[in-house]
Ligand binder design. Structure first.
Ligand SMILES: CC(C)(COP(=O)(O)OP(=O)(O)OC[C@H]1O[C@@H](n2cnc3c(N)ncnc32)[C@H](O)[C@@H]1OP(=O)(O)O)[C@@H](O)C(=O)NCCC(=O)NCCS
Length: 237
């Protein structure tokens, strides 16, 4: 599927009214192995409420390992990218079965990250240690139980600054919903935070509903909370 855009200046885009539709095209397609690095890069560029994660955490490799490694290395068939002029400008990483995601995180990814910590392959300066402590303490406090029976799949989506608001996110979600339907998955959930205020109306426009809200907690000197959204999937066959 192709989204038509018109490039203006400085990576700012405006919706193509049809005049140059064959010249400027955003292609939404399944992830290929060569997209891995750009997915890792975009997750860092957008990792703190749509802004670069460096505001609170300076090791891009460690952040990308924590946030994307499962999707790029263990379930790449459920990931989609949006490409403009040969570059990735957004992605959706997905998982059909969150229980198997949890198993792989526990048995493969967390041990791999811990090994990298022991081998001093990440920068664990004061700022980064503080961020990790806040995240781990939030996770240990016990999250709201996810509604995995009815909404077993989940997703993450991020679009590069300058490419937002032009229908790319909508197209990525539509592609993913068709993919879920084709795989007989009846529901999808996602976890976001109050830091991502902009994304909340986006999810609501696309048919997601709030399932639960967490207690408030601290992250990077801000008081925030998590929101779990859910959406049913219409199975076509
Ligand atoms: C949130 C995000 C994925 C949305 O993707 P997008 O390509 O910008 O959104 P689209 O242009 O496809 O918008 C689809 C619909 O959502 C609405 N929407 C999108 N962003 C919105 C915003 N900031 N405020 C209000 N509505 C918004 C649009 O109006 C559009 O509805 P319409 O077609 O009826 O006009 C993208 O802006 C983004 O990556 N933001 C920064 C990172 C982030 O927050 N990621 C989510 C982490 S949980």
């Amino acid at each position: 599927m192709v989204v038509h855009l018109l490039l203006l200046t400085d990576n700012k885009l405006s919706i193509d009214k049809g005049w140059f539709s064959d010249m400027w095209k955003v292609e939404v397609r399944k992830m290929k192995p060569g997209d891995k690095e750009s997915i890792r890069q975009i997750c860092c560029e957008t990792g703190f409420g749509g802004k670069h994660i460096e505001v609170v955490f300076s090791d891009e490799a460690m952040f990308a390992d924590m946030v994307t490694l499962y999707y790029t290395d263990y379930e790449p068939q459920s990931a989609f990218v949006a490409r403009f002029e040969g570059e990735t400008v957004g992605y959706l990483t997905g998982c059909l079965d969150t229980r198997s995601y949890n198993r792989v995180m526990k048995s493969k990814i967390v041990p791999r990250i811990l090994l990298n910590v022991i081998r001093r392959q990440y920068c664990l300066n004061k700022k980064n240690r503080r961020y990790l402590k806040e995240v781990i303490s939030h996770l240990l406090k016990g999250k709201t139980n996810l509604p995995l029976e009815n909404y077993p799949a989940h997703l993450h989506i991020n679009i590069r600054d300058g490419f937002r608001g032009f229908g790319i996110g909508r197209e990525l979600i539509s592609r993913y919903l068709v993919y879920l339907s084709d795989n007989n998955i009846k529901g999808v959930h996602l976890v976001t935070t109050s830091l991502h205020q902009d994304s909340l109306s986006f999810y609501e426009k696309l048919g997601f509903e709030i399932y639960a809200r967490s207690e408030t907690y601290s992250l990077g000197s801000r008081e925030i909370y998590d929101l779990i959204y859910v959406r049913s999937v219409i199975i076509s066959s």
